[in-house]
Design a protein around this ligand. Structure first.
Ligand code: ATP
Ligand code: MG
Length: 336
């Protein structure tokens, strides 16, 4: 990219100054555009277009075609700014969160190369503990200093925020993102966080079904800002279109194994076996034709935690099983 080819659309002198300071650290000049004809020309020719928060609504109303490398720049990641990111197909950059990402964008690095790993957790049959394991994986990643997002992938579930004790924490749920498409902004600042995990949950009183386009856009956005994105896919959805890695959770019952055999797979798939039932874990893996990644102990107190609105913690052996699944998933997801 031609370094000089960065255009900032803004009339706000403080914002212009702040962006110019960041650009100067990389010896780059930013051209400032304000009126519609200048912006239309920049839309066609500039390598990077930065739209200031003061101009987001106006630019959004000009009916410009979608293009890559458009960023909305504001001081704080406000709801208003995020609202324009979808029509403009632009990621949000907040100056309050430090200048590193803006400096990278101006230098021609949009950050897409550092994507996190997206893992779908599927359940062979009902109640085997798939949602709890998905939550435990995120908690294990956070405990190791990684950033993690937990995504509710089953619109019929009760809401994964309940399982994390986050149902009262304000923030966006799936219905707010149902129309997302393309290159969605960093929405992480709009989502609830519990125990260090960013949570995208279904809503209980609204329709949380999501199109394939929206889920690709939203999970893609999360994976640009989190090391690990775990989608609790449940039993019906498979999320194969967004997840590079799948973990199937089964218990040791004939019923689960029989149901698991019916599922179809693509890509990297590993098995986590909940220690409950009469079939040996190796036998479950053999019957399903999947590599056994971990066995998950049965811990009675997990059910009380779920009902008490406390993030799951089933003790050392359970945490270790969750961490083993994360290590495997991140390893195969990154191609190690
Ligand atoms: N390792 C475990 N040991 C004991 N109980 C567990 C364990 N994991 C989950 N549970 C409990 O089992 C119940 C079902 O767990 P969970 O919701 O995680 O399963 P699921 O497979 O996602 O079920 P669903 O089919 O409803 O989506 C909950 O009460 C949960 O607290
Ligand atoms: Mg579940």
């Amino acid at each position: 990219m031609n370094k000089a080819n960065v255009v900032l659309v803004s009339e706000e002198s403080a914002l212009i100054r702040a962006v110019e300071v960041v650009a100067a650290t990389g010896a780059t000049t930013v051209l400032v555009a304000g009126d519609e004809s200048e912006v239309r020309a920049a839309w066609r020719n500039a390598g990077v277009v930065l739209v200031g928060e003061d101009m987001a609504g106006r630019v959004g109303g000009w009916g410009l075609s979608r293009r890559a490398e458009v960023f909305l720049v504001g001081v704080e990641p406000s709801q208003e700014l995020c609202r324009w990111s979808i029509p403009l197909d632009a990621a949000v950059v907040a100056l309050s969160q430090g200048s590193a990402s803006l400096a990278g964008i101006i230098a021609g690095r949009s950050g897409d190369e550092d994507r996190g790993v997206v893992v779908a957790v599927r359940a062979a049959s009902g109640g085997v503990g798939a949602s709890t394991l998905a939550a435990g994986m995120c908690l294990a990643a956070v405990a190791r200093g990684r950033s993690a997002a937990l995504v509710d992938g089953d619109p019929r579930s009760g809401g994964i925020d309940l399982l994390m004790g986050a149902e009262k924490i304000p923030g966006w749920r799936w219905p707010k993102l149902a129309s997302a498409q393309g290159h969605v902004a960093d929405i992480t600042s709009m989502l609830p966080v519990a125990a260090g995990v960013t949570i995208l949950s279904c809503a209980r009183r609204e329709d949380s079904s999501v199109s394939a386009v929206a889920r690709r856009a939203v999970v893609g956005a999360l994976s640009r800002h989190r090391d690990l994105v775990v989608v609790d896919a449940g039993r019906v959805e498979d999320w194969r279109d967004v997840a590079g890695v799948t973990v199937l959770v089964s218990d040791q019952s004939i019923r689960s194994v029989a149901a698991g055999v019916e599922l179809a797979w693509d890509g990297h798939v590993g098995l986590a076996v909940r220690r409950e039932g009469n079939v040996g874990a190796a036998g479950v893996a053999k019957a399903l034709g999947l590599p056994l990644v971990a066995t998950v102990p049965t811990v009675k107190s997990l059910a009380q935690m779920a009902d008490g609105g406390v993030p799951p913690d089933g003790g050392r052996a359970w945490r270790k099983a969750c961490a083993t699944v994360v290590d495997w998933a991140m390893g195969v997801g990154r191609g190690d």
